[in-house]
Design a protein around this ligand. Structure first.
Ligand SMILES: Cc1cc2nc3c(=O)[nH]c(=O)nc-3n(C[C@H](O)[C@H](O)[C@H](O)COP(=O)(O)OP(=O)(O)OC[C@H]3O[C@@H](n4cnc5c(N)ncnc54)[C@H](O)[C@@H]3O)c2cc1C
Length: 414
C-alpha cells in the first residue's frame, strides 16, 4: 500500500497528549523508539509513536553494495513491524510535511499528530549547492530506491553500449562519473569498479571498456581520514582502475557529463552525485532554528535551543565534535548513540531524575573499497582484507542488535 492509500489518522490523534512522537525510523529514530518502547512500560506511561515515510528501516551503510547488486534490496530494507515486535512502539507510515512547534503538533500526509515530546530524526538529503543541472541530471545514493535506480541504470547503459557501434558514444555510455570522494562516493566507486567489468563481459564487451571516475573538488580522497590512510585509499582506488579527478570542482552538469571550474569536460552518461549533504528543508521550512546546511543546533541534551520538549538527533542535528572548532561528522554510529542518549534523557525526565549530558563518542571509520579491501581509521589504522572482515562484523552486529536474529547476508550474490 502506498502512503497515499493509507487512511487518515483518527481525530483523537490530533488531541494534545503526553505522546512521545519520533519522526524518522533511521539509525537515530529507531534506536530512540526501541529504547523508549522497552523502558516506558508502566501504566500511564506516554505512548511512543514512530513515523516514517517508509515501512522499513534502511541499512544505508550498505547501499553502495546494494547499488552494485552484491546484496538485494530486501537485505537493506528491513520491515519495521518485525523490528518493533518487542518494543511498545506504535509505528505509522506517513510523510511529515510540517512541524508546528507552537501548536505542539506535526502535520503529515495522513493528518495532524500531537505530541508532548518530539524527537526529530529525519536524517539528511543530498546537497547540490546550486550547481546548474546537477539536481536534474545526477542520480543520488540516500535510499533503497536510489540504490535500485543506480543498479538499473548501470545495467541499462552496458546493454545500450553492447548495441552501440559508434566508439565515442559507447565510451560515453560506459563512463560512470561519481561526484564526491567522501565515504559514499568512494565506497560506490569501489563497488562499481568491480561490477562493471563483469557486466561488460556478460554483454560481450571488453572488461576494460567501462570507466569509473571520481570527481572531487578537494585535492584528496576521504578528507576526514588521517593523511596516510587517504594516500593508501587513493592507491587502492587507482589499482581498482578508478580514475581520480581530484581538485576538480563541478560547475555544470548535463545529460552527457560535467563541466569543471577549469573549463574541462568529463563525459559520462551516468552521473551519481554524493558530493554533499544537508538536513532536509522540512526543518527550516517549519521555522526551526537552523545553520547554513539546514541542521538544527541543539544543547548538551540534544534539545532544540529554546524548546525543552523537542530533540533533534542524527544527521539533522548540528553538534560540536567536542574536540575543536568542528562539528560531528554525520555517521550511523553517531546517530545511534544520539538515539540512545535522547531516550535516556526522556526517560530521566519521565522518572524525575537529573539527565546526563550527551557526550560524543567517535570509534573511527571503516570504509570498504570494493568487496575485498578497505581502509579503517581506528585507534590503529588498518588496510586490506581485515577491514572487510571488520566491516561485515559491524554490519552483522547491527542487524543482530535490531532484529534479535543472526541474519547472515550473502554479500557475493552477483
Ligand atoms: C551511501 C551511504 C553510505 C554510508 N556509509 C556509512 C558507514 O559505512 N558508516 C557510518 O557510520 N555511516 C555511514 N553513512 C552515514 C549514515 O548512513 C548516516 O549518518 C545515518 O543514516 C544518519 O542516521 P539518521 O537516523 O540521522 O538518518 P537516516 O538513517 O537517514 O534516517 C532518517 C529517516 O527519516 C525518514 N524521513 C526523512 N524525512 C521524512 C519525512 N519528511 N517524513 C517521514 N519520514 C522521513 C527517512 O525515511 C529515514 O528513514 C553512509 C551514508 C550513505 C548515504
Amino acid at each position: 500500500m502506498t502512503i497515499a492509500e493509507l487512511p487518515p489518522f483518527a481525530a483523537t490523534d490530533a488531541v494534545p497528549a503526553n505522546r512521545i512522537l519520533i519522526l524518522g525510523a533511521g539509525y537515530a529514530g529507531l534506536r530512540c523508539a526501541r529504547d523508549l518502547g522497552r523502558s516506558l512500560d508502566a501504566p500511564g506511561a506516554p505512548e511512543v509513536m514512530l513515523v516514517d515515510r517508509h515501512r522499513y528501516h534502511q541499512i544505508i551503510t550498505e547501499l553502495p553494495v546494494a547499488a552494485a547488486g552484491r546484496i538485494g534490496s530486501d537485505d537493506v530494507a528491513l520491515p519495521l513491524d518485525q523490528l518493533l515486535t518487542r518494543a511498545r512502539v506504535r509505528f505509522e507510515q506517513a510523510e511529515v510535511e510540517h512541524i508546528d512547534l507552537r501548536g505542539k503538533q506535526v502535520v503529515t500526509t495522513r493528518g495532524a499528530l500531537s505530541y508532548g515530546t518530539l524527537v526529530v530524526a529525519v536524517g539528511s538529503t543530498t546537497a547540490f549547492y546550486g550547481v546548474p543541472g546537477l539536481a536534474e541530471h545526477a542520480l543520488t545514493l540516500k535510499s533503497v530506491e536510489d540504490a535500485e535506480a543506480i543498479k538499473a541504470r548501470v545495467q541499462e547503459v552496458v546493454q545500450q553500449a553492447a548495441r552501440q557501434t559508434d566508439e565515442g558514444a559507447r565510451a560515453a555510455l560506459l563512463s560512470v562519473l561519481i561526484g564526491g570522494a567522501g565515504l559514499t562516493g568512494v565506497e560506490l566507486a569501489g563497488e562499481l569498479a568491480e561490477v562493471l567489468p563483469r557486466l561488460a563481459e556478460r554483454y560481450h564487451l571488453p572488461p576494460t571498456a567501462p570507466r569509473v571516475t571520481l570527481v572531487e573538488a578537494s585535492p584528496v580522497v576521504l578528507p576526514s581520514l588521517r593523511g596516510r590512510l587517504r594516500t593508501q585509499a587513493a592507491s587502492i582506488l587507482t589499482a581498482l582502475g578508478i580514475r581520480l579527478a581530484l581538485g576538480s570542482k563541478v560547475v555544470l552538469a548535463d545529460e552527457s557529463g560535467v563541466t569543471l571550474a577549469s573549463g574541462d569536460r568529463l563525459v559520462g552518461q551516468t552521473l551519481v552525485w554524493t558530493g554533499g549533504i544537508m538536513a532536509p528543508p522540512l526543518l527550516a521550512q517549519s521555522g526551526l532554528p537552523t545553520a547554513r546546511n539546514g541542521q538544527a543546533p541543539v544543547d548538551d541534551y540534544l534539545r532544540l535551543k529554546g524548546y525543552p520538549d523537542v530533540y533533534v538527533i542524527g544527521d539533522a542535528a548540528r553538534i560540536p565534535n567536542g574536540r575543536g572548532p568542528g562539528f560531528l561528522n554525520p555517521t550511523a554510529q553517531v546517530a545511534i548513540r544520539q538515539g540512545e542518549a535522547a531516550a535516556q534523557t526522556i526517560m530521566a525526565a519521565w522518572e524525575g531524575r537529573q539527565p546526563r549530558p550527551y557526550t560524543p563518542l567517535n570509534r573511527g571509520q571503516v570504509i570498504s573499497l570494493g568487496s575485498g579491501t578497505g581502509v579503517a581509521d581506528l585507534v590503529v589504522p588498518l588496510t586490506g582484507r581485515k577491514v572487510m572482515a571488520l566491516k561485515a562484523l559491524i554490519e552483522e552486529g547491527y542487524r543482530f542488535e535490531i532484529s534479535g536474529r543472526m541474519p547472515f547476508v550473502d554479500r557475493h550474490r552477483t
